[in-house]
Design a protein around this ligand. Structure first.
Ligand SMILES: Cc1ncc(COP(=O)(O)O)c(C=O)c1O
Length: 396
């Protein structure tokens, strides 16, 4: 018999993953050009050429021991290169020992939470948020404490302060945000630091940063290292270099973190004992060689603009995202998320209800899909609006 916890998890399942399967089923029936699957954030741009070249070079080089075990936190040279890049960005003096290479951001988060949490310790999350956090926090016997954001999905430090108890161990921030695309301001980060530092015990900020390189309209995403002292970064190249299947990322503990020595040591042990042992060897070497490579974000910016136009032209409302890969549109009044998703489904339009991000009343659409899909989907948005008696703002 499986555990009670897993039995509960099986019942819940993931709506996002189910929608992904449904998209594949519909594509077989109607053809891929007639299915508008905006359900999953699987980057469709190819990884940059530097990444592919580095992979070829490393795969064909005869490096002794390249496939062997290594230190649990990864290759020293890879960690040093990352520390140098983050030092340049932040102005801090970051040592390679701050970095632990991980199996993507998901493993990074688990390593960090395992290192921080005692049973019943609380972790504050800002809704809407990536709901996998619930599973990660539960894995290490912590408790999720949800703090809401305003109508533009901006968090307010007073609201976070009101959620702090003597069991609060950490606050998770994610900017650019999945699902809202909001970028948190320098002012927010520095106010958050002040509020947490005034608490009577240490509260860490876990900055989940898979989208940090994906920002639009020329904006720069504030560097959390500059503003927050007790910071732990969880980064991954899943989105920024289109490598989600390769599972490569890292944790980085700020040199200003009060628990720097204990945390860096604990994360290294967690990485091993939670089962990753170490991050993929070849990908650590590839990343070291292509650390400054980037996908062309103008592609995503164009897709964001096209999808946003489809949504608002058809008559719906949405906050225009500044980063990440999603638009979090308002669900029309009078409909539950499921009812709206069902009506969209009738037009082969696949979206994920806001309840999957602890924010009912909205729906998430991922724009990391082909331009053709976005162009072809326009008629589906208009058809859904027509069914609901919503007036178009522009013509089809
Ligand atoms: C906010 C957020 N954090 C973490 C992850 C996990 O990323 P990874 O593939 O690097 O494990 C995702 C993936 O979608 C995400 O959106």
């Amino acid at each position: 018999m499986i555990s009670k916890n897993m039995a509960k998890a099986l019942l819940g399942g993931s709506k996002i993953r189910k929608m992904f399967e449904e998209g594949n089923r519909l594509k077989q029936i109607y053809g891929p050009e007639n299915v508008f699957d905006f359900s999953i954030g699987n980057p469709d741009l190819e990884p940059p050429v530097e990444v592919k070249e580095a992979l070829k070079e490393i795969a064909s080089a005869d490096i002794p021991g390249i496939h062997g075990y290594m230190s649990n936190n990864g290759y020293e040279t890879t960690r040093a290169a990352i520390a140098k890049k983050r030092s340049e960005e932040s102005g801090l003096d970051i040592d390679a020992s701050a970095v632990c290479m991980t199996v993507g951001a998901a493993a990074a988060m688990n390593d960090v939470l395992h290192s921080l949490l005692d049973p019943e310790d609380e972790v504050i999350v800002l809704a809407p948020y990536f709901m996998e956090y619930n599973g990660y926090i539960a894995n290490h016997n912590g408790k999720v404490v949800i703090c809401d954001t305003d109508e533009k999905f901006i968090p307010h430090v007073e609201d976070i302060a009101a959620k702090i108890t003597d069991r609060t161990k950490a606050v998770i921030i994610n900017s650019p945000n999945n699902p809202s695309g909001v970028v948190y301001s320098e002012q927010f980060l520095s106010e958050l630091n002040s509020v947490l530092k005034s608490a009577d015990h240490t509260i860490h900020v876990i900055s989940d940063e898979p989208y940090i390189d994906l920002a639009y309209d020329g904006i720069t995403v504030p560097c959390a290292l500059k503003f927050i002292d007790n910071l732990i970064i969880c980064f991954s190249w899943s989105k920024s270099l289109s490598l989600p299947g390769e599972r490569i990322g890292y944790t980085l503990v700020s040199p200003k973190n009060e628990d720097y020595n204990d945390l860096t040591a604990a994360i290294t042990i967690s990485n091993r004992t939670l089962g990753s042992v170490n991050a993929p060897a070849i990908w650590q070497r590839v990343i070291e060689k292509s650390l400054y490579a980037k996908v062309d974000v103008s592609n995503y910016e164009k897709r964001r603009n096209m999808l946003y136009s489809n949504i608002v032209d058809a008559g719906f409302d949405a906050v225009k995202p500044q980063g990440a890969l999603y638009i979090f549109m308002n669900t029309p009044e009078g409909l539950t998320d499921d009812e709206f998703a069902d009506i969209c489904h009738e037009e082969n339009l696949l979206i994920v209800g806001g309840g999957s991000f602890a924010k009912p009343g909205y729906a998430r659409l991922a724009f990391c899909v082909s331009e053709t899909t976005i162009v072809n989907s326009r008629k589906a948005f208009f058809a859904v609006a027509e069914k609901l008696g919503i007036e178009h703002r522009s013509s089809l």
